[in-house]
Write a protein that binds this ligand. Sequence first.
Ligand code: LLP
Length: 463
Amino acid sequence: MSRSAHPAGPRHADVLTEGHYTAPPADLNVLDEKVWARTVSRNDDGAVTVGGIEVTRLAEEFGTPAYFLDESDFRARCRAWADAFGPGADVFYAGKAFLSRAVVRWLKEEGLNLDVCSGGELTTALDAGMPAERIAFHGNNKTVAEIERAIHVGVGRIVLDSFQEIVRVSHIAQRLGKRQRVQIRVTVGVEAHTHEFIATAHEDQKFGIALAGGQAAEAVRRALTLDGIELIGIHSHIGSQIFDMAGFEVSARRVVQLLAEVRDEHGVELPEIDLGGGLGIAYTSDDDPREPHEIAKALGDIVTRECESAGLATPRISVEPGRAIVGPTAFTLYEVGTIKHLEGLRTYVSVDGGMSDNIRTALYDAEYSVALVSRRSDAEPMLVRVVGKHCESGDIVVKDAFLPSDLAPGDLIAVPATGAYCRSMASNYNHALRPPVVAVRDGEARVIVRRETEEDLLRLDVG
Ligand code: LLP
């Protein structure tokens, strides 16, 4: 179908300057499986289902806006990552993408480890029974209290992020009479996002210790001489939403070079390397993410090759995917409210959530897809911008997308691939109530994070 098939097509096309779509898909009722959780489909009545339950029923029971998370998809993705890397490597789920006690239990059952970056995430992990030795503790500015707690409970590793922290962790561990396993996070000089990576301007950031200028080598020197810590390896994280493995290749090569330098200088072969997270997912049909087994093979091959050429035994590899596990497993369900056709400009579809439940579009100019899910429609496609209900013009959920032109207030629309960094970055802006996360599996739906209430808001506001 050509764009001009829509009555307002040409005018709308004129303002399509920054969007993803240049033409509407052939059939708006078709859900691209790349961007939707695995058990999502459209039934014969035209309604979309997840885990066998119609979204219309879910909206009645749980309200909107709400995140619906496909539990079997989440578990399948955990297994795919664990199987791809095998028993000789470790997969740490990055809890910052989305963490709740149910998620921790699923991770534990599926054999994954957990990366936390705050006392709050650590509490959630421990409360849900994640064994401390399966937890990695991250952060560029861990507080003394956080470090004390992490060491006290016996986390598997603390990833050291600065010279000061090397000393701080060493002192605290000695005070507590412990020897804490640590990695040093290095900045390898590569910053990768989406389809490209750049090898400049990377040292100018708050994370890690630069390889450049011998700083990382100096950090290793200090860590090896201090009591209270046991240096088990080197950590590197190069960016987010990465599709191209070239950035990981450079990163792995540089980390292995450091291991070789450490061996030459200290006669010590550090046994582990962590290559971080950042693997991309499909937000729209144009994205082509790699499967975990391809990623595992690519990373394994790079590290093995680099170690062979440096004459090192291959270290144990770990990775920290967050988005790639939880991102595709959830969608946000909204009810359509006001629809405004601005003649000659654009059609705005307002929903009952917005930047408080998905800040990514406003913050990163992120691309999303959207579909009418409460019914089928064979009406002509209409180019729209999906916006929220907040007092801000940047409150955009989906910049440019096609929805059927008979869209009406009360329809349900859903934005897929919102499992990562949406609920975890949600806010109370305008005193919005943060939406619930509902896990759906085999015909059953249960709230794993409940909707905030006005009482919650008032409880924090102590007057
Ligand atoms: N490991 C470390 C050390 C990290 O800093 C991160 C993410 C991850 C693992 C997980 O990365 P993932 O596989 O989820 O991409 N709020 C941004 C993403 C920030 C990522 C920060 N660090 C977004 O919404 O795109």
